[in-house]
Write a protein that binds this ligand. Sequence first.
Ligand SMILES: NC(=O)c1ccc[n+]([C@@H]2O[C@H](COP(=O)([O-])OP(=O)(O)OC[C@H]3O[C@@H](n4cnc5c(N)ncnc54)[C@H](OP(=O)(O)O)[C@@H]3O)[C@@H](O)[C@H]2O)c1
Length: 255
Amino acid sequence: MTQPAQGLLQDRAVVITGGGTGIGRAAAHAFAAEGARVLVVGRRAGVLAETAGGHEGVRTFRADLADPGAARAVVEAAGDALGGIDVLVNNAVTMRSAPLGHIDRDNARDQVATNLLGPLFLTQEALPALEAAKGLVVNVTTAGNQRGWAGHSVYGATKAGLDFLTRTWALELAPRGIRVAGIAPGPIETPIAEHAGLDAEGIARLRARQRDRVPLGRVGRPEEVAWWMVALARPEASFATGLVLPVDGGASVVF
Ligand SMILES: NC(=O)c1ccc[n+]([C@@H]2O[C@H](COP(=O)([O-])OP(=O)(O)OC[C@H]3O[C@@H](n4cnc5c(N)ncnc54)[C@H](OP(=O)(O)O)[C@@H]3O)[C@@H](O)[C@H]2O)c1
């Protein structure tokens, strides 16, 4: 009798923050397609349920990662739903645009809490599970953060900080068998700009500007980022740690 086809990541336990929309949703579907069991985390039950809809291997958990108690709650939920954590994808983001002179303290605090402290304390809480699994942490950062991006100093600073965490954790966690990698997307077709408060006209202007700046001449698709997350989780990627991988249509190498 032939065995049912096994996915590349059969039964692996994967936690994805910000899994209700955009890149996180595509990642949930890409991991599930390879047989992984996935827990998607975010604040809105509706979008999380849409991600899980029709995907037997995808479960949902509501949490605001800016809350100090969220890290423990997510790791406990992963224990209950998945029995552990093989892969943790720190993907959730809050982005608010404002040039220096107009930066609101609460907005800045929210971005730091979600984009930097969120991954930090969630990963710290997940360490026993990750160590047991000889697991992988994927931090989703951004392609532009080694340069300036007018109006986005706080967002960019959280992502530059996240890259430093990626490289430092790779060193600290290698002896425990845990790998850490960053993925730095360029412009990708997701609701991020809408979530950041841009109106339809602003989004259209942004997209046109982005297309002009990307050597491949287009905005990327969430699936084109998710594929690399799955690839990093494969056993063949077992010698890769401490890298931050641009997936940006060449945007980061333009002079
Ligand atoms: N799209 C791009 O062009 C682009 C470019 C470079 C980098 N990236 C990076 O790619 C990652 C995914 O972004 P995306 O484009 O897919 O954006 P997105 O669709 O806006 O996804 C962000 C997700 O994070 C969740 N989230 C926000 N704050 C949260 C909080 N405090 N607690 C829990 N969940 C929270 C949101 O859901 P709730 O509101 O329901 O919580 C949302 O589902 C981000 O790290 C982003 O910086 C994206």
